[in-house]
Design a protein around this ligand. Structure first.
Ligand code: 13P
Length: 287
């Protein structure tokens, strides 16, 4: 059964670790992440961007696939199915489709509009037992067409959004989607500490988990980050393993062209990186 992400993230705040959100693109991604979570006895959040949702033919397909897979694979660790950077309409679509968690990204709206829309969606989500994430400031870079300038979140605005009853909050602190540039300044821990001071025990979310050095991840967790999103790194691991398979000519040997064989190295590579992240975030054996 899918669960909201509220309880697993409150436990993470109390236990000083973070739960990984790993974005899914297809069956292989979903299966690899679910199996890795189960093998490591870790709670997990499956993230779905609006672009990935469309690619998989819609949120309804995604919810049906994930729910069925959790059941047939006997996954007993807590699993939340979460909309990543949702639009206002996308949030309602996911609520209807059977997601257990949504993110409303109103960071590009003026704060008053972000507050109004977030308030409405908090009520809609909580009415049906879903958890909801909101965003203040913005995550730099681009993910599936969602582009952010990378402003550092204003701690007072974070407090205003936190007070609306959101279950966890993404606050821009210099994090970027995709690979970090050579001249990246790093995370703004002063901003994170100020946000934490004003938002108390509200779980904070670190987007752009790909490529953030381990020491910064650990420091962010010590300052209240309880959910870390990883997307690009799984894609890079999948790509690298698939490239090696083809460059070694394995697709030309016997039935190496069989998609189940062709996609197997990428599948295993996703399992490897997800396990590594769960160990780094401290969520192993926390299910
Ligand atoms: P990365 O692609 O940089 O890992 O970011 C993922 C993310 O923040 C999803 O919202």
């Amino acid at each position: 059964m899918l669960v909201s992400a509220t309880e697993m993230l409150q436990k993470a705040v109390e236990g000083h670790y973070a739960v990984g959100q790993f974005n899914i693109n297809n069956l292989e991604w979903t299966k690899a992440i679910l199996l890795t979570a189960q093998e490591n006895n870790s709670p997990v959040i499956l993230g779905v961007s609006e672009g990935a949702g469309k690619y998989m033919t819609g949120f309804k397909t995604v919810a049906a696939m994930v729910s069925a897979m959790v059941e047939t694979l006997n996954i007993t660790v807590p699993v939340a199915l979460h909309l990543d950077h949702g639009s206002y309409e996308g949030c309602y679509d996911c609520i209807k489709a059977g997601f257990s968690s949504i993110m409303f990204d109103g960071s590009h709206f003026p704060i008053d509009e972000n507050i109004a829309k977030t308030t409405e969606l908090v009520n809609a989500a909580h009415h049906l037992g879903l958890s909801i994430e909101a965003e203040v400031g913005s995550i730099g870079g681009e993910e599936d067409g969602v582009i952010g300038a990378g402003e550092i979140a204003d701690p007072n605005e974070c407090k205003m959004i936190a007070d609306l009853g959101v279950d966890f909050l993404a606050a821009g602190i210099g994090n970027i989607h995709g690979k970090y540039p050579e001249n990246w300044k790093g995370l703004d821990f002063d901003a994170l500490a100020r946000i934490k001071e004003l938002t108390g025990d509200l779980p904070l979310v670190l987007h752009g988990g790909t490529g953030i050095p381990s020491d910064m991840i650990k420091k962010a967790i010590s300052l209240g980050v309880a959910k870390i999103n990883v997307n690009t790194e799984c894609q890079l691991y999948f790509q690298e393993a698939t490239r090696k398979y083809i460059e070694a000519g394995k697709d030309l040997e016997g039935k190496g062209f069989d998609p189940r064989k062709l996609l197997a190295p990428g599948f295993e590579a996703i399992k490897t990186i997800v396990k590594e992240k769960m160990e780094l975030f401290g969520s192993v054996n926390k299910a």
